[in-house]
Write a new protein. Structure first.
Length: 392
């Protein structure tokens, strides 16, 4: 039997990136004790105020169809949140609610890109971008962000990648997996390229509120960018709501009806009781949100301090987010081999970063999604494994 060509475009290295993680979770289901640091699912509970709002609304009977683009109350709350985070005005007619940021990214790509189009994506990039672009039929043109520049943009390479076929740029700042926050100078250059070549910008800003030393700047706030930027965001990481699947786009009003049409045929709206809880999270921010950010920063510092000076290893201290990139190239073995051995010998699961792009080869992504005690133990095991590898 024949499958559609889409099945080829949504596969690839990105789809295989989770092999170590799947092996680890299989062992956990089998009753083994494994430290899982290979996925970005924080161990924090969703704030009680949000849970209570959901349960109360569910019991009140909000179990019917909802507005396809999102309930008015949530769209208004997102518009206020967007204005607060980006410093730019926003109205609800620019907002469409989706089932998580991943769904929102997919929808933006489908509505903006065609076969024959190119989209430029700086890498390291999140592993699902490959399939998102592939689903649209467009061609992804990756531009390396060198490790030697702490994974910041190579602006000359970015400019050189633009051709007459280029339709858009996909930007992720703060970045997953590196935690790098782009500077104002970098973003100004990206904006100039978009304006000069009449390009769309898809801006993935899921980690925008989880910055530490360097402040996040939203590209849509730059001159001439609001009318050509689709901002993607969610509550998954900022409010420990990964399983709630609440994400959204903020785009020029003319794009909203097209995104709504896609939502109509794709999921026909999101559950009303979950949308109500999301509005509670945005309009009445629980105190746990700030506490989670502070804890992530403490975890980052603990891991970086614990692994500092270890032969064969080098940590890049991230500007934001919940991941740390661990450079294992000096051990002399590939990242996948290091991660596989670490799982088998010491029951710690890290994500080999090769699938994030060539710039990330030789690195592992450490998720800061467990307690400080667990992370300390994981670091000790990583050190022991590295020492064993270095003795070979």
């Amino acid at each position: 039997m024949r499958y559609s060509s889409l099945t080829e475009r949504i596969g690839g290295e990105g789809a295989r990136a989770w092999e170590i993680h799947y092996r680890a979770t299989t062992r956990v289901r089998g009753g083994e004790s494994v430290i899982l640091l290979s996925i970005g699912d924080p161990d924090f509970d969703t704030p009680p105020r949000v849970v209570d709002g959901c349960v109360e609304n569910l019991r009140a009977g909000n179990t019917h169809y909802t507005a396809i683009s999102g309930e008015p109350g949530l769209r208004a709350a997102i518009a206020r949140h967007h204005a607060k985070v980006t410093g730019t005005p926003c109205t609800p007619d620019r907002v469409v609610v989706f089932h998580g940021a991943q769904n929102a990214l997919y929808s933006a790509a489908i509505c903006l890109l065609d076969r024959g189009d190119d989209i430029i994506v700086p890498e390291p990039m999140y592993v699902t971008y490959e399939a998102v672009v592939g689903a649209s039929g467009a061609r992804m043109v990756s531009v390396p962000c060198p490790r030697e520049a702490n994974f910041h943009l190579d602006l000359d390479a970015l400019a050189a990648a633009v051709t007459p076929q280029t339709r858009a740029i996909l930007l992720n700042t703060p970045n997953n997996p590196t935690g790098t926050v782009l500077t104002s100078e970098e973003l100004v250059t990206v904006a100039e390229l978009c304006r000069r070549h009449d390009l769309w910008l898809i801006s993935d800003e899921v980690y925008a509120t989880l910055t530490f030393e360097r402040a996040h700047i939203s590209p849509c706030a730059l001159p001439g960018m609001a009318e050509r930027t689709v901002t993607v965001n969610s509550l998954s990481k900022s409010h420990a709501m990964t399983g709630w699947r609440v994400g959204w786009t903020v785009s020029p009003p003319g794009l909203t009806p097209h995104l709504e049409n896609l939502a109509l045929c794709m999921h026909y709206g999101c559950p009303g009781f979950i949308q109500h809880a999301a509005a509670v999270a945005l309009d009445d921010e629980p105190p746990e949100v700030a506490a989670m950010k502070a804890e992530l920063r403490a975890r980052r510092d603990l891991v970086c301090d614990r692994l500092a000076g270890v032969a064969g290893l080098e940590c890049l201290k991230p500007d934001a987010g919940m991941f740390i990139m661990l450079d294992v190239r000096q051990t002399g073995i590939a990242a996948f081999e290091f991660a596989s051995g670490l799982l088998e010998s010491h029951a710690v699961s890290l994500l080999p970063a090769d699938a994030f792009g060539h710039s990330a080869r030789g690195h592992l992504r450490i998720g800061l999604c467990s307690s400080q005690n667990v992370l300390a133990e994981a670091c000790d095991r990583i050190v022991r494994h590295s020492e064993t590898v270095m003795l070979r």
